[in-house]
Write a protein that binds this ligand. Structure first.
Ligand SMILES: NC(=O)C1=CN([C@@H]2O[C@H](COP(=O)(O)OP(=O)(O)OC[C@H]3O[C@@H](n4cnc5c(N)ncnc54)[C@H](O)[C@@H]3O)[C@@H](O)[C@H]2O)C=CC1
Ligand SMILES: O=C(O)/C=C/C=C(\O)C(=O)O
Length: 486
């Protein structure tokens, strides 16, 4: 059986404790590999290696040298595209057709974009008068923050981990990454690519394990970690925030939400159906930007519900290698339990189940997988937990509205504010509504259309800080002002 080890100071190392956990293929329930679980000792070794590497060749490189290595990392991911694809799809069960268009290319792009960004972003300078008339010149420089702890989730493992590691390294930091216990493979493979690309030992370290009382907590509590970046559940974000308070360490949190889609009667309904389909069911609904609440103007409500039902029922559910598959399994049987508990809750709370609501029949070879049906409900009260909690499964609730004001009020009714999608051909209305919806990311007549230079993150309880473009640099660097008396 394949073993997945930590990557510390440029070497693959086992855990001292010899504690291993199973990495399970969610498409069939079979064990893919055994993963070494880090204790405090391995996490400490990784953090110390990262700290030492700040003062080694990495810290002395010119910007050109550093960024050209990051381009080689991107090229290295592309050169081993099929290995990354295989690893990602085995860990998550997602269709290869999806991962080959989104996950792996974005994994590579995340290095190139930030390598180019850091070379081109200016800093500020201010001339000032002084009483003696000679004046002074202020100018700002960026310096790496230091050792960055990266805690990444399982839904888009390579994409979201590199979304943090790319800018962290571009800015000259070193990292210790704790990938999700569900998806350890591609982060580990990246260690090889880093080495081949010429990233000095200790710059990119990987430790495996769980969250609380395991590698995740040991990393976030480590006093020599200078900043922590996390994507995942809100409750975990709160725990990490507390850990970061000790020693006043900086945090960047991209947390979940319960995103609203708002569909006006003047939309292009074909586009609205296609976009809502993707936003509710892509990646088996396991995207933090996904739409789980859909509000549709009453005059097109019945048509919209009927067409979304038809489209959902037309989706093919299948394993990664099935080129026709639109949707894979959930990430684990554990997660399926959570999702199914909401399917039950919806029925208990009086929902009309428009489609789905259970587990699909799968061929025997896949029967142990975490399969679940795409599900649509109507008729739930807005205070049902199905409407207020992030389910993170392939499901959405659709409710009619009568006025623009009502739609905005419904969209803003929860304490989360990550993303929203507005569907309307009246562009004045779309701008007006976009300006009033409380979310960090608003799409008009689209969903998951990503320009990596734009600010990305959530308002309210959906996060702290913004990633993307120059905004990532704000977290991964310390700005220093130098004031020179002339
Ligand atoms: N991208 C997103 O917004 C994601 C949201 N979620 C949400 O979270 C729910 C639960 O999924 P989980 O995998 O349990 O998410 P999670 O937030 O607990 O896990 C994400 C990462 O945090 C780590 N972690 C957990 N507890 C930690 C702690 N105390 N200290 C440091 N690291 C810790 C985990 O090991 C993993 O690497 C999902 O059902 C979904 O609603 C989950 C994954 C991604
Ligand atoms: O950076 C992106 O394009 C995608 C981000 C998606 C998430 O953050 C998520 O699903 O957690």
């Amino acid at each position: 059986m394949k073993e997945i080890k930590h990557h510390i100071n440029g070497q693959y190392v086992s855990s001292c404790s010899s504690r291993l956990f199973d990495n399970v293929n969610p498409a069939n329930g079979k064990i893919i590999s055994k993963v070494h679980e880090a204790g405090r000792e391995e996490v400490d070794a990784a953090v110390k290696a990262a700290r030492a590497a700040l003062r080694g060749p990495w810290g002395k490189m010119t910007l050109d040298e550093r960024t050209s290595i990051l381009h080689k990392v991107a090229d290295g991911i592309n050169a081993r595209f099929d290995e990354f694809l295989e690893g990602e799809c085995l860990d998550t069960g997602k269709p290869k057709s999806m991962a080959s268009h989104i996950d792996i290319p974005r994994g590579a792009a995340n290095f190139k974009v930030f390598a180019d960004m850091i070379k081109n972003v200016p800093t500020e300078s201010f001339e000032m008068p002084t009483p003696d008339g000679t004046g002074a010149l202020n100018y700002a420089v960026r310096r790496p923050k230091g050792v960055i702890g990266v805690i990444s989730p399982w839904n888009l493992p390579l994409l979201l981990m590199t979304w943090k590691v790319g800018p962290a390294l571009a800015c000259g930091n070193t990292v210790v990454v704790k990938p999700s216990e569900e998806t350890p493979t591609t982060t580990t493979l990246l260690g090889e690519v880093m080495k081949e690309a010429g990233v000095p030992d200790g710059v990119f370290n990987v430790v495996h394990g769980f969250g609380g009382d395991s590698a995740g907590a040991f990393l976030t509590e480590h006093p020599q970690v200078d900043g922590i970046t996390f994507t995942g559940e809100i409750g975990t974000g709160e725990v990490i925030m507390k850990a970061a308070a000790k020693g006043i360490r900086d945090i960047s949190l991209e947390l979940g939400g319960k995103n609203a889609g708002v569909v006006f009667a003047d939309c292009d309904i074909d586009k609205a159906i296609e976009g809502t389909m993707r936003s509710a069911f892509a990646n088996c609904g396991q995207v933090c930007l996904g739409t789980e609440r859909v509000y549709v103007e009453r005059s097109i409500f019945d048509e919209f519900v009927g067409r979304l039902k038809e489209a959902a029922e037309g989706m093919k559910i299948g394993p990664p290698d099935d080129a026709e598959a639109d949707m894979g399994p959930l990430v684990s049987l554990n997660h399926r339990e959570k999702v199914l508990s909401y399917y039950q809750k919806a029925v208990d709370d009086g929902a009309t189940v428009v489609t789905g609501g259970g587990v699909p029949e799968m061929p025997e070879a896949l029967a142990g997988g975490a399969w679940v049906q795409p599900t649509i409900w109507t008729g739930l009260p807005e205070d049902s937990a199905v409407i207020t909690d992030e389910i993170f499964g392939p499901c959405c609730h659709i409710r009619p509205f009568d006025t623009e004001e009502e739609a905005i009020e419904l969209a803003n009714s929860l304490p989360y504010g990550l993303a929203s999608a507005i569907w309307s051909e009246n562009i004045t209305r779309a701008h007006r509504v976009a300006g009033q919806i409380e979310a960090g990311i608003i799409w008009v007549n689209s969903w998951f259309l990503r320009d990596l230079r734009t600010p990305f993150g959530g308002s309210k309880q959906s996060g702290i800080g913004r990633e993307g473009g120059v905004h990532s640099l704000e977290f991964y660097t310390e700005m220093k002002n130098i004031c020179v008396k002339l």
